[in-house]
Unconditional design. Structure first.
Length: 217
């Protein structure tokens, strides 16, 4: 490890304008490909151009860390935590997150092709403008997540807790949204053409349009 200046990486604006946490140390240009991490703890570390491809991470914790131009391709993370972390220009191709916590983390100009997230807590996550078209999220808590301008055409976003999530100007056309909580969604503020929904969600969206549904007398 080498000491690094304590300053945040330049990223997209965080929700509520909060600044990225400063880091204390820096790890650069290392190859972690294929490594097995188990219950490791990292705090306020800047990881720069680290190759984490095919890494297996079980129960490790990263707190207020910064990842810049890191490759998470085909990596697997189970019961791991990335709390209030910052990811800039990272690639998550075919990465798997199983029952992980990413509360408060921010993603800026990252790639998510074939990413799979199952279970876990992604509340307060920042994904503004992210392309999630090839990603799959299932049974994930994403309360108050910033998904402004997300491109999710054809994405699988099933059984998500989206309470209070920001979805303004998002494109979820053709996405599979079945089972997700759409009660706070303004259907006029995003694109939903061709999205797959269930009957309960249809009622939520109709209510969001201000319509009053009654049985025929």
């Amino acid at each position: 490890m080498q000491p690094a200046d304590c300053h945040p990486a330049p990223i997209a604006d965080r929700k509520y304008g909060a600044a990225a946490p400063p880091t204390d140390t820096e790890i650069t240009y290392e190859d972690w490909g294929g490594r097995e991490l188990s219950a490791e703890t990292h705090s306020k570390v800047a990881f720069v151009e680290i190759d984490l491809s095919e890494l297996t991470n079980t129960g490790s914790s990263f707190h207020e860390c910064t990842f810049r131009e890191c490759r998470f391709n085909a990596s697997t993370h189970r019961d791991a935590a990335f709390l209030n972390c910052t990811f800039t220009l990272c690639n998550f191709f075919d990465a798997t997150f199983d029952a992980c916590k990413l509360v408060g983390s921010m993603f800026d100009r990252c790639k998510f092709d074939l990413l799979k997230a199952t279970g876990g807590d992604w509340s307060f996550v920042g994904l503004p403008g992210a392309d999630l078209s090839g990603a799959s999220f299932n049974v994930v808590r994403m309360r108050e997540a910033d998904m402004t301008g997300v491109r999710g055409h054809g994405a699988s976003l099933r059984r998500l807790d989206l309470g209070g999530a920001w979805l303004h100007k998002s494109d979820l056309s053709g996405a599979d949204l079945r089972g997700s909580d759409l009660s706070d969604v303004d259907p006029t503020a995003l694109e939903l053409k061709g999205a797959i929904i269930d009957a309960e969600q249809a009622m939520q969206l109709v209510t969001g349009l201000g319509l009053d549904v009654r049985p025929i007398d």
